[in-house]
Design a protein around this ligand. Structure first.
Ligand code: GDD
Ligand code: MN
Length: 366
C-alpha cells in the first residue's frame, strides 16, 4: 500500500525509548493499515546519549524508520517542521518520544482526518475523559493550564489543550502554513493554530497522559520562557527580532551593573576614576556574557570551562570593537553639531547592533 502516515518523533536524549515506542506504534497501526503504510521520522538534535545512532541501527533493518540528525540546531518546533518537510506521506503526526503520548490514538486521528471531519486532531490532556498521571509536579500542570488559557485567548480557538505536543494533520496543510510559522520554542501546535487564524477545524481526543518512560523532561524549566518569547515573537518580534530584543535588554541591565560597580568603587572605596571605570567595564561585560549565554543564546549555550573561557574572551573582544564603533560614531556626530545626548544614543545603538552581529556569529555561532 502507498505511504499514508508519517509519525514525527522529535528527540533529545531518548535512546532507550525509541525501540519500544516504534514497537507500540506498530501494534497500534497493525489493525488499520499495512506495514508499509506508515513511517517514523526521528528528528534528533544531536543528542549526547546516542539517540541518532540508535535510530540508524533500527533503520538499517526496518525501512519504516528514518533519521534526520540536526547538528548545531535546537528546538522541538523546528524539529517538527523538519519532519513535515521531509516526508512524502499525506498525513503527519507529531508525538513525544518518551511514551507520554499513547500511540493507540493514531488510528482514530487518522480516521477522523480521512473522513474530513476535522483538519487537525489533537490529543488533549485537559479534555473530558483525559487523565494526567504523567504530571510529575503539580506546579507544571498549573503552569500548563495557565499557558493554555492564554493561548486560547490569542488563537481564538476554543479547545482545551492548544499546547499539546501530540496531534495529526494533512502534511500539505502543515507545509502551507510553514513559511509563516515562527519555529521558535516548543509550541508548534499553538503556532499552527495561530497562523491558520482559526480556520482549522479542530477535533480533540482525550489523552491518558502517561509518565515518561526513561530519561528526563527537557522542557521543565524553559517552558514559561519559551512561552513568553513566543508571544513576543508573534507580536513585536516582527519589528525587533526576539534575540536582538533579549540582547538589548541584557545590555540595559549591564549598564545598571556598570553604574552600581562604579558608584561603589569610586565613591565608597575612593578608587581613582579610571580604575573604578575599568573594573566596572569588566564586571558589566562578564555579567552580560553570562546572562546572554544563559538567556539570549539559551539554545546554543556554551558549557564547560574551556568553551566558556574562550567565549568570554571572544565576547570581550567583540565588545571592544563595538565600544570603539560606539565612540567613533558618537564623536563624529557630536562634532557635526548633533545634540550630545542624541549623538551618544546613536553611538550606543550602532555599538549594540555591531556587538550583536559579531557575537552571534563568533561567540555563539557554530
Ligand atoms: N529534536 C528535538 N529538539 N527534540 C526535542 C527538543 C529539541 O530541542 N526538546 C525536546 N525534544 C523532544 C523530547 O526528546 C521528547 O521526545 C519531546 O520532544 C517532548 O519533550 P519533553 O522534554 O518530554 O517535554 P515535556 O513532557 O516536558 O512537555 C510536554 O508538554 C508540552 C506542553 O506543556 C510535551 O508533550 C510537549 O510536546 C508539550 O508541548
Ligand atoms: Mn515528555
Amino acid at each position: 500500500m502507498p505511504l499514508e502516515l508519517a509519525i514525527i518523533l522529535p528527540t533529545l536524549n531518548e535512546r532507550g525509548n525509541l525501540a519500544p515506542l516504534i514497537q507500540r506504534i506498530e501494534n497500534a497501526l497493525k489493525p488499520v493499515m499495512d506495514d508499509d503504510g506508515w513511517e517514523v521520522l526521528v528528528v534528533d538534535d544531536d543528542s549526547t546519549d546516542g539517540t541518532a545512532e540508535e535510530a540508524r541501527k533500527l533503520a538499517r533493518t526496518d525501512r519504516r524508520v528514518r533519521i534526520i540528525q540536526r547538528i548545531g540546531r535546537r528546538g522541538l518546533s523546528s524539529a517538527a517542521i523538519e519532519g513535515f518537510c521531509a516526508t512524502a506521506a499525506p498525513f503527519a503526526a507529531v508525538m513525544d518520544a518518551d511514551h507520554q503520548h499513547d500511540p493507540a490514538l493514531l488510528p482514530e486521528m487518522l480516521a477522523t482526518l480521512k473522513a474530513d471531519e476535522a483538519d487537525i486532531c489533537v490529543a488533549s490532556r485537559f479534555a473530558e475523559g483525559a487523565s494526567t498521571e504523567g504530571w510529575e509536579q503539580p506546579e507544571r500542570e498549573r503552569l500548563s493550564s495557565l499557558a493554555n488559557r492564554a493561548a486560547r485567548l490569542i488563537t481564538g480557538v476554543k479547545m482545551s489543550d492548544p499546547m499539546s505536543g501530540y496531534f495529526m494533520l494533512r502534511t500539505s496543510r502543515a507545509l502551507e502554513l510553514t513559511p509563516r510559522l515562527s519555529g521558535i520554542g516548543f509550541k508548534i501546535l499553538f503556532d499552527l493554530l495561530a497562523t491558520a487564524d482559526a480556520t482549522l477545524r479542530v477535533r480533540e481526543l482525550p489523552l491518558k497522559f502517561a509518565a515518561r518512560r526513561e530519561g528526563e523532561s527537557k522542557l521543565d524549566r524553559a517552558i514559561l520562557f519559551d512561552f513568553l518569547a513566543g508571544l513576543y515573537d508573534r507580536t513585536l518580534g516582527r519589528v525587533i527580532p526576539t534575540r536582538f530584543a533579549l540582547f538589548g535588554t541584557v545590555g540595559g541591565l549591564g549598564v545598571i551593573v556598570h553604574y552600581t560597580v562604579l558608584t561603589i568603587m569610586f565613591t565608597g572605596m575612593t578608587a581613582t576614576f579610571w580604575k573604578a571605570h575599568t573594573i566596572a567595564v569588566l564586571v558589566a561585560m562578564s555579567f552580560n556574557f553570562w546572562l546572554n549565554n544563559w538567556l539570549t543564546y539559551r539554545d546554543k549555550r556554551l558549557k564547560g570551562f574551556g568553551r566558556l573561557l574562550s567565549g568570554w574572551i571572544g565576547f570581550c573582544a567583540t565588545c571592544a570593537v563595538g565600544g570603539f564603533a560606539n565612540v567613533a560614531v558618537a564623536t563624529l556626530l557630536e562634532s557635526q553639531g548633533v545634540f550630545w545626548a542624541l549623538a551618544a544614543l546613536a553611538g550606543i545603538l550602532i555599538g549594540s547592533v555591531w556587538n550583536y552581529a559579531l557575537s552571534s556569529r563568533f561567540v555563539w555561532g557554530r
